[in-house]
Design a protein around this ligand. Structure first.
Ligand code: GLN
Length: 497
């Protein structure tokens, strides 16, 4: 039998729906793989998962098999295909920690809309993946449950905050996963692990039941090993949700058709904009070389390469680190020892219990951002910090608008460097923040972006970032699929756990 774990989601779906293999067999093959390579927080292994839901996964798969056996059409193109879910989406039948001690043991009373859509589509949810606490971080080292290891080199980080979701793909523990991207947490881990990650247009995927980091930036999205698989998942999770007030009430862009069209490898007539301000100083030479190689390929596919300028992108990081902490300081106020998870019963007053619980339950990076945000929003400073940052946000949106008048998509390296060693940046917040230099502008503007593998630099994966206007996902997927068709897939070396 073919090695089921090596197949794409599209290939698996075809075999399951034609009943060549059962969804249960496919689920079991992935659960066995997780058992073999995932290890634990302290032991060797990838440690992509915080919770593996073996029984629920097999049960869900067997329902798909039973329904196919009586001739019912599959519930969706991904029915029976396994998926790993970032532990920031609520699941009624599994713990949801957001990588934090403050939510240890908490059982959500409801499913996120995204979770519910996956279930309705018959997708097999294998479990919940590791992440930086409340999605703040770029390495998954800020998880309260131990770091995730990059399958390409277990001594290196897989990126973050969705390092678990990306590592699970690269280690063949799942063909699909879900991430969230507030400043790069889908795209940067995709780049570090040689996988595909998509940040949809803000409002394209429901945030209902997504534990908030920064609400005006957060966006769930699909992660996979191929562009087509990401597109298939995008169409399952995307679309209007009345339970999310910022959800876009418009049809999901036709990304599956676009990915299939792109695979034909013809981009003639398309303009690809290279952002002058991205990819220069501070970028690893191997990353730049890989990017230049990608540009040559895009040109060979018929695209016209044009240079565009986005002069305000350089202020993106600074603006982001005022806006994000401001929203975090407000969103995380709800963890008050009364409503969710942890309660440290010390002290005579509610305030004392709250303080003791937040002191024990939050890690240092989360505390740093709550303090920064509280400061930025405090009276007398509000206009100087938060207000200014919001103005920068407008300027960045205008830069994008001007650039998209000259080009159909924009491209850049996804990250300045390849995956760095575990421990390297954990005590240097600014060095950690710089990982998201190229991804943050897209979040600030609410537009779409994705990362696709563009090769290796010094033996480690590099990502090409493709950016599109709001709701412009179709052209983005088309370019990504065309580019993907020019290269061999990146396959991580066998993990020795
Ligand atoms: N690394 C960025 C941060 O720490 C982005 C996080 C994210 O996208 N969730 O804020």
């Amino acid at each position: 039998m073919t090695d089921l774990i090596r197949l794409s989601a599209a290939e698996l779906a075809e075999k399951i729906h034609s009943r060549e293999v059962s969804a249960v067999e496919v689920a079991q093959a992935h659960l066995d793989r997780i058992e073999a390579v995932d290890g634990s927080a302290d032991g060797p292994g990838v440690h992509a998962f915080l919770h593996v839901a073996s029984e629920a996964a097999l049960e869900s798969a067997s329902l798909v098999d039973a329904s196919l056996a009586v001739g019912t059409a599959p519930a969706s193109p991904l029915a029976g295909v396994p998926l790993a879910l970032k532990d920031v989406f609520t699941t009624i039948d599994m713990p949801t920690t957001a990588g934090s001690k403050i939510l240890e043991g908490w059982r959500p009373p409801y499913d996120a809309t995204l979770t519910a859509r996956l279930r309705a589509a018959g997708v097999t949810i294998l479990g919940k993946t590791n992440m930086d606490e409340f999605a703040m971080g770029s390495s998954t080292e800020y998880s309260a449950y131990g770091a995730t290891h990059n399958p390409w080199d277990l001594t290196r980080v897989p990126g973050g905050s969705g390092g678990g979701s990306a590592a699970a793909l690269a280690a063949f523990e799942a063909p699909l996963s879900i991430g969230t991207d507030t400043g790069g947490s889908i795209r940067q881990p995709a780049a570090f692990t040689g996988t595909v990650g998509v940040k949809p247009t803000y409002g394209g995927v429901s945030r209902y039941g997504l534990i908030a980091c920064a609400s005006s930036l957060d966006q769930g999205g699909p992660c996979a090993r191929t562009v087509l698989d990401a597109a298939l998942l995008h169409e399952v999770i995307g679309g209007h949700d009345p339970l999310d007030s910022t959800s876009i009430d418009a049809p999901v862009p036709a990304v599956v058709a676009a990915a299939r069209e792109g695979a034909n490898g013809d981009l003639s007539g398309l303009r690809v904009g290279v952002v002058r301000e991205m990819g220069g100083e501070g970028y690893q030479p191997g990353v730049r070389a890989s990017f230049d190689g990608a540009l040559r390929q895009l040109e060979k596919l018929g695209a016209e390469i044009v240079e565009v300028s986005c002069p305000h992108f350089e202020y993106g990081l600074a603006a982001y680190y005022l806006i994000l902490p401001s929203e975090v300081s407000s969103n995380l106020a709800r963890f008050d020892a009364m409503r969710y998870g942890l309660r440290v019963d010390e002290g005579a007053s509610a305030e004392a219990v709250m303080a003791a619980t937040r002191e024990a339950g939050f890690g240092p990076e989360v505390k740093r951002r709550i303090i920064l945000g509280t400061y930025a929003l405090s009276s007398g400073y509000y206009d100087a910090y938060y207000g200014q940052a919001q103005k920068v946000r407008t300027l960045i949106s205008r830069d994008f608008a001007a650039a998209f008048a000259q080009a159909d998509v924009l491209v850049s390296p996804t990250t300045p460097t390849t995956a760095f060693p575990i421990g390297d940046k954990v005590d240097d917040p600014l060095a950690m923040y710089l990982n998201d230099l190229a991804t943050i502008p897209t979040n600030l503007a609410g537009t779409a972006g994705m990362s696709v593998p563009s090769g290796l630099a010094d033996g480690l994966p590099v990502g090409l970032q493709i950016m599109a206007p709001a709701l412009g996902e179709a052209v983005m997927y088309r370019v990504a699929a065309a580019y993907e068709s020019t290269r061999e897939p990146l396959v991580a070396p066998e993990v020795k756990a």
